[in-house]
Ligand binder design. Structure first.
Ligand code: SAM
Length: 208
């Protein structure tokens, strides 16, 4: 494991060891856009990966809707444990991966939909973004969907104390190149548990 990955992992382990899921700024009562777009573009029999899943309630929501081919990846083992405990027996229905997405070894052409909310924007170095995109292209099926959400240009400059890259629809879509076609874009003003607002951008792209 590289020293950079080690530092990142320590940061996120600490976050999830010290805070309850509903005490972090990215906590959502309802993962509204994510659920809506997943339901529209991936049936319960398709294969989904949630990259940088954290302790989100999205996985429980998807299991309740009958999705049964779910892979959940996060750099923090502590984050995944929070979700596993919340899900109880149902946790065994999910594949759990502790990995840095810039270094993860994922199977080829495995997923129909790749979901990422608030992870890609932490990749401030170009080689990390390139490694992410390489993994995405390798493991997303042709015709599959990338559902990605980052801070928009009006969003904060930092998240969890770490610098982020803010995007508009054009600059975010450009990160994935010509292999992806932009299908939908949505803006969301997320209300944090502390009552502040954060501007998010959601893009749905299809791998052609
Ligand atoms: C802001 S949180 C978002 C969590 C979740 N997607 C949500 O919307 O609630 C960012 C998540 O990405 C994970 N993460 C950060 N860098 C990562 C990386 N390089 N590889 C995998 N996971 C990463 C963190 O552990 C954290 O759970």
């Amino acid at each position: 494991m590289s020293s950079d990955t080690c530092n990142k992992q320590q940061h996120w382990e600490q976050v999830y060891q010290q805070k309850q899921p509903e005490q972090v700024s990215w906590y959502q009562n309802q993962p509204g856009w994510s659920l809506q777009l997943i339901k529209q573009h991936a049936s319960p029999d398709t294969s989904l990966i949630d990259v940088g899943s954290g302790a989100t309630g999205l996985i429980g929501d998807l299991l309740a809707l009958g999705y049964h081919q779910l892979t959940v990846l996060d750099i923090s083992d502590a984050a995944l444990k929070v979700n596993q405990q919340r899900l109880g027996n149902q946790a065994s229905l999910v594949q759990w991966l502790v990995a840095d997405i810039t270094q993860a070894q994922l199977p080829a052409q495995a997923y129909d939909l790749w979901h990422d909310r608030a992870v890609f924007h932490f990749l401030t170095e170009k080689p990390d973004r390139e490694a992410y995109v390489k993994n995405l292209k390798h493991s997303l099926k042709t015709g599959g969907y990338l559902l990605i959400s980052c801070f928009s240009e009006q969003g904060p400059e930092k998240c969890s104390g770490l610098p982020v890259v803010r995007y508009n629809a054009q600059s975010l879509a450009a990160e994935f190149g010509e292999a992806f076609v932009l299908k939908q874009q949505h803006n969301e003003l997320h209300t944090t548990p502390f009552g502040t607002s954060q501007a998010f951008l959601y893009l749905l792209l299809q791998k052609v």
